[in-house]
Design a protein around this ligand. Sequence first.
Ligand code: WT7
Length: 539
Amino acid sequence: MSDSSSWAAIRAELSGPAGLNMGWAAADRHVALGHGEAPALRWVGRDGAERTLTYADLAEHSSRFADALRRLGVRRGETVFTLLPRVPDLVVALLGTLKAGCVAAPLYAAFGPEPLRLRLALGRARAVVTTAALWRRKGPLDVPHALIAGGDAPEGTHDLAALLGAADPQVPVAPTGPDDPALLHFTSGTTGAPKGALTAHDAVVAQVASARAALDLRPGDVYWCTADPGWVTGTVYGVLAPLACGATVVLDEGDFDTARWYGLIERQRVAVWYSTPTAIRLLMRAGDDLPRRFDLTSLRHLASVGEPLNPEAVLWSRRTLGRPFHDTWWQTETGSIMLANRDATPGVLGAPLPGIGAEVWRPDAEGVGELVLRPPWPSLFRGYLDDPARTAACFAEGWYRTGDLVRRGADGLFRFVGRADDVIKASGHRIGPFEVESVLLEHPAVAEAGVIGKPDPVAGEIVKAFVALKPGVAWSDALAAELLGHARRRLGPALAPKEIAVAPSLPHTRSGKILRRLLKARELGLPEGDLSTLEDGAG
Ligand code: WT7
C-alpha cells in the first residue's frame, strides 16, 4: 500500500456523515461502530480517586459542550481556549469545541498571567474553559465567556456543569472538512512574540497513522501519555490520537512522583507509554530497585519525545523496565510524529514514517545540516495566525525547514545534533527567549536582557538570564532574587528563568540583536566562534 493511499484509507475510516471532524473521530465514531461502552478515559485524581468515561459518555458530554458553545453564540471557526488541570472536563471541552466546528486552543495551567493574556489576545479568544481557582489566580483575563469547571463560578462567569446539564446530549456535529481549522497551539521561535500555529481537521489522519506506526497503539490498549494537554504532545498524543485509535486513555491529575508513576502502570496495566527524556532521567535517578517492586509486565511499547533521548536512558529502560524507550521526533508545526526509532538503537532519532520525506539540508563537512521535510502531509500546520511572512519563511526550495540540526549515519538513520536557532528546551517545553527577555525588561533595574538554555543533567536545559543594569543600579543577591521573583510572577514556573547573572553589557550583532550564542558559549567555556557579526566594542 502506498503511503498516500494509506492516508486516504485512514481518512475514509475516520470520516463520518458530517465529514472529517477530529472530535467526532475521537468519540462518536466508536459509538457508531458499536463500541460505545468501551472505556475511553480512565481518570486518576491527585488523591487516587478514579473515574471511567466510556466512548458513549465522551460523545454525549462533548455534544452537550458543543451545544453550550452554540447557545452562548460562539460560532464556527472561533477560538475556544482551555486552561485546566488534567481533569475529564478538559477532554470534554476539547472534543466539544472540535465538534462545534470551533478552534481548540489549549493553554498550560502553569503559565503566568503575561503568557496567558498574550495568547488569549493573539488567538482572539471567544471563550475560555477554566476553574474558579485558576480564574482567580491568573487575574482578570480578557475573554467574552469564561466557563468554570468544578463549580464555584465567580460572578460574570458561567458554571460549566449547569451549561452542560441544560444542553442537547446529541447535537449534530458541525460539518467540517479536512482543511477546516481545528487546533491552535502557540509556539516560540528566536525572535518576536509566540506564534499561533494552526492545524486542520485532516491532521487526525497523520496522528492516527503515526500512533499506530510509531507508538504501536492498537484498539483497546491502555495508554498513558505523561505530557500535559496544555502542550501539543498532551493534546495530540495524550487525547486525540489515542481516542481516535480506540485506546483507553489514562489521564493522571497528579504531578511527577516516581513510586506513584510505577504504581499507576501496575494498577492500570498500561501497555503503551509515551513520555519525555526529562521524566525518564528522573526515574533513573530514583534507582533500579524501586521499579523492581512493581509489576510492569503490562508494558509493551515505550516511546519518548521532546528533547534528545540519551543512550543511557534507552539502555536503562531496556534493563530495568524490560522494554526500551523508542525515540520519536516532531514539532508543533509538523502536527504529528515525523521520525521514529523503530528498533530503539541508542542515540538514534530514527527514520521518517511512511509517507514522510526527510533530508539533511545543506550539510557541512561533518554531514550536519538542517532537517527538512517534504510537504505536504495531512498534519502540516496551515500557517501561523496573522503572520504569512513567518509562515513563508519556514519553506524553501520545496522543503519545510524544521530549524533542527541533524546528521545521517551510514545506516541511513537520522541523529539529532541540536537546534539551529536560540530556542530553549527545558524539560521538553519549547521556550522562546524573547518572551522571557521582554518580561525582564519590564523591571526598572534592567537595561538589557539575554536569555539562553543552560545544559542541565535532568531537565536537558534550564532557562538562564543575563542582564545589564541601568546606570546607577548596583547588583546584589537581593536584586537577583527580586528579578527572578518578578519573572516567576509574570511568566509562571514553566517559563521563568531558574538562574540569573549580571554583565556590564550584552554582546550584540551589528543589527542590534543580542548575541545569545555568544552568551551561551561563554557560559559553557566554549570557543566563541566566528564573531565577525559582533558589534564593535561590545561584549
Ligand atoms: C522541538 C519541537 C515534543 C514534540 C512536540 C512539541 C525538539 C522534539 C525531539 C527528539 C531531540 C527533539 C526539537 C523540535 N525535539 N523531539 N526526539 N530529540 N529533540 O513540539 O514544542 O514544537 O518542540 O522539540 O528541537 O524542533 P515543540
